[in-house]
Structure formats: structure tokens, C-alpha cells
Design a protein around this ligand. Structure first.
Ligand code: PLP
Length: 422
């Protein structure tokens, strides 16, 4: 495919990797469509570089990144702490098999256990993604020997077969059945249904996200979360909290469940923000009973706990701690929520979420159009459903940068609303 890009107009034949002329961002868009499976749809832009909370596309246009790779780029782009950690680690050991261990891996595990206030006997398994972390949690649940697993409506736990079995969205599931069995979905927030489902005492685990991110940033109520903890404890069922999106400071606490008294889970899964952009996931088991479920040889991974990933995770946590970023997240997150509501815009019905994971509820199903208008205006955010805008910016974002978005939003909403009428 070398050279094809420059002579595209002269040699555009089907079945080659040459690309058509006149594409935005040069011919990269066409080459993407030819070379990559289309599971993500057409990419909105092709990005070339980032610095702090800004990214630039291949045409040199600048964007304020209010999505952070979907709650991943905790410290924004090209952060010096991540660069230093990765460089230093790559200069020493980039990868070892899990026949061996490295200091960063052990330190990151210890750090996570401390941040999670995990009791004695708690431990960590490292994976590479959120789906993989949930796969491991699924296997832990199976090891209880109990046949049933509960998940909630509107849940999202990932796209691999096990994680998909725990994900409620029919459109994601249907093409891949049969999925691993034994999973039942309960209406999120319905305490009576939960109590009834747990009553027979044969439920291995309940999986839940404290804030359902992909479903449109929908927090489970404190009452329901408390009931989840109380009832699972009563019936010897594991409470698995998926904090892949809500963890690592995103909500202003290290983990969202820490914002609610006595909500410590039996298992917690993490990924997204943990590596600040480097792929890493983790499962934390709380206490000795859960620790003992997965025995030597029953699970594994080649890359999980890789020293590059571990060093990056340590850099992310170290920076969040040293710079008091969680406090910052609470302050600017609360201010942003207030400011969005204070716009008094009739198209904004509510602002959901916590810290810097916010869903702006819209009165009309125009979220996709608003997100498109925002991109044109230089703001990256997304529409997890037709009437929600999701904001999940880097945790280091300043109030001033958030203010520019709040100021621009009424016009973006108006443009999308008018477009809908035509
Ligand atoms: C993104 C996400 C996942 C899946 O993570 P991947 O890294 O994409 O596999 C699982 N659970 C939640 C809550 C998520 O937001």
C-alpha cells in the first residue's frame, strides 16, 4: 500500500489499498474504511496529536476534549508524568511473562488495595481492559458453585462473550447468542424484585455499575445501592461493582461506591481511567473468602500486569494524589452541574452523575445532532442515547475550559433543535 496515498487519483481500483481523492483529513478516512472492520461506524475525525485537554485533527483543527477517550485520559494527553513513567519503564523492562513479577506490578496492586480500603486478604488480578476485568469477575462468580447471576437493565459490562452475557442491551446480545448462561436481568432500582430474586439463596453474584455510564450516565439511587449491599450480604451473594467507568477519581472519589457509606463490594472491576490511556484493567477481590475462589491455574493472561501498564497506572495515581486532583474534580464537577442548570435552557431537563462524569438530559431526542454541532464548534463529547450528552473530560480540566463549553452550549442546542424542525 506504500505510495498509494499520493497517486490515489491515478490508480483507484477496487480491491487495492489505494484511496479516493478529496477525503477530509487527506485520504486517511477512505483508507480507514478499507482497512478496518466497520464495527465503530465512520470515525468523526482523524486525530493527530493532543496536549493537555486539547487534541488536533489531521487538518490542524483544535478541539477541547470533554470525553477523554470515554473516561480514559485521566490526565489529558501527553502528560509529562505518563511520558516519564513509560519511558523509564521501557528503558528497563517493557514486558515479562507472568512466570515472573516486577516491582511496578506489585506496587500498583498494593496502591489499589490501599485506595480501595480493602481489608486483609484482599487481592488484585490485572487484565488489559474493562471487558477482561469483568470476564475474570464472572469466573470468580462461577466458582461460588451457585448457578444464577444477576445483572441490571441498562447495564453495560463489555463486548466479550462473558461480559456481553452481563450486558442488557438486546441489540448487542442478539447476534451472538448463545451467550454464557445463568444470567438474569433485574429492573435497575427495583428493590422488591432484587429481594425476590435473591431469596432462594442460589445467586452467585449481582453485577452493577454505581452509575450506569453507557446507559446515559444514570446513577443507581443510594437507597437501591444500600439495598444491594444489604441483601447480597444477607444471602451470601457476591456484590460485584463494575467501576470501569466510574473509578479512578472520575466521580471525585477514588471509586464511586466510596461516596456512599458501607457500600464496599466483594469484587470491583476497573479499567478505563486506571492507565490514563495505556490499556490496563484490574479486578479487586475483597477479603479472604473471595480471594480463595479463584485457585492457581484457573485464570491467566499474557499482558495483564505488564510493567509498562503498571508503571503508567502508578504515574496516574501518583499525579492524582500529589496534585489533589480528586478535590478539584469535586469542585469543578459540582460547579459545572450548577452552571449547566443555571442556563435555564428549556432543552436541558437535568444533569445526572457525579464529579466529572455528567449526563445532560435533553427534552428532545437531539443529542446526536448536538454532539455533531459541538464537534464542528471544537468540543468533543458524545451522545450515549438520543436525549443525553455525556461529559467525561480529563480530570485536570480547568474551570475556565469548562466555562467555554457552558457558554457555547445554548447555541449548539438551538442549532440542533432548529435542524430537527426542518
Ligand atoms: C467501557 C466499559 C466496559 C468495557 O471496557 P472495555 O475496556 O471496552 O472492554 C465495561 N464496563 C463499563 C461500566 C464500561 O464503561
Amino acid at each position: 500500500m506504500g505510495g498509494g496515498a499520493l497517486v490515489a487519483a491515478a490508480a483507484p481500483s477496487v480491491g487495492t489499498h489505494s484511496a479516493g481523492a478529496g477525503e477530509p483529513s487527506g485520504d486517511l478516512g477512505a483508507r480507514y474504511r478499507e482497512a478496518l472492520l466497520p464495527v465503530f461506524g465512520t470515525p468523526q475525525r482523524i486525530l493527530a496529536r493532543g496536549a493537555g485537554v486539547r487534541v488536533w485533527d489531521t487538518d490542524g483543527r483544535e478541539y477541547l476534549d470533554l470525553l477523554a477517550g470515554i473516561a480514559v485520559n485521566t490526565l489529558g494527553h501527553a502528560h509529562p508524568a505518563i511520558l516519564a513513567a513509560l519511558t523509564k519503564q521501557a528503558e528497563t523492562l517493557g514486558h515479562v511473562s507472568n512466570f515472573f513479577a516486577t516491582a511496578p506490578q506489585i506496587e500498583l496492586a498494593e496502591k489499589l488495595l490501599t485506595l480501595a480500603a480493602a481489608p486483609a486478604g484482599s487481592a488484585v488480578f490485572f487484565a488489559n481492559s474493562g471487558s477482561e476485568a469483568n470476564e475474570a469477575a464472572f469466573k470468580i462468580a462461577r466458582r461460588t458453585g451457585r448457578p444464577r447471576i444477576l445483572a441490571l437493565t441498562n447495564s453495560f459490562h463489555g463486548r466479550t462473550m462473558g461480559a456481553l452475557a452481563l450486558t442488557s442491551k438486546e441489540a448487542y446480545r442478539a447476534p451472538f447468542e448463545p451467550l454464557p448462561g445463568g444470567v438474569e436481568f433485574l429492573p435497575a432500582g427495583d428493590e422488591e424484585a432484587l429481594a425476590a430474586a435473591l431469596a432462594p439463596g442460589d445467586v452467585a453474584a449481582v453485577f452493577a455499575e454505581p452509575i450506569q455510564g453507557e446507559a446515559g450516565v444514570r446513577p443507581l439511587s443510594t437507597t437501591y445501592l444500600r439495598a444491594l449491599r444489604r441483601l447480597t450480604r444477607e444471602h451470601g451473594t457476591l456484590l460485584v461493582l463494575d467501576e470501569v467507568q466510574t473509578g479512578m477519581g472520575r466521580t471525585g472519589n477514588w471509586f464511586a461506591h466510596q461516596g456512599i457509606e458501607d457500600l464496599q463490594p466483594d469484587v470491583m472491576t476497573l479499567a478505563k481511567g486506571l492507565g490514563g490511556g495505556f490499556p490496563v484493567g484490574a479486578v479487586i477481590t475483597f477479603g479472604q473468602r473471595v480471594h480463595d475462589l479463584l485457585q492457581p491455574g484457573q485464570h491467566g493472561t499474557t499482558f495483564g500486569g505488564n510493567p509498562l501498564a503498571a508503571a503508567t497506572g502508578l504515574a496516574v495515581i501518583g499525579t492524582l494524589l500529589e496534585e489533589g486532583i480528586l478535590e478539584h474534580v469535586r469542585t469543578v464537577g459540582a460547579q459545572l452541574s450548577r452552571d449547566l442548570l443555571a442556563l435555564g435552557n428549556p432543552l436541558i431537563t437535568e444533569v445526572r452523575g457525579a464529579g466529572l462524569l455528567l449526563g445532560i438530559g435533553l427534552a428532545r431526542p437531539i443529542a446526536k445532532q448536538v454532539a455533531a454541532a459541538a464537534l464542528e464548534a471544537g468540543f468533543i463529547l458524545n451522545a450515549p442515547d438520543e436525549s443525553t450528552l455525556r461529559l467525561a473530560p480529563p480530570l485536570i480540566i480547568t474551570q475556565a475550559d469548562l466555562d467555554t463549553f457552558t457558554a457555547a452550549l445554548p447555541e449548539l442546542l438551538a442549532a440542533a433543535a432548529t435542524e430537527g424542525e426542518n
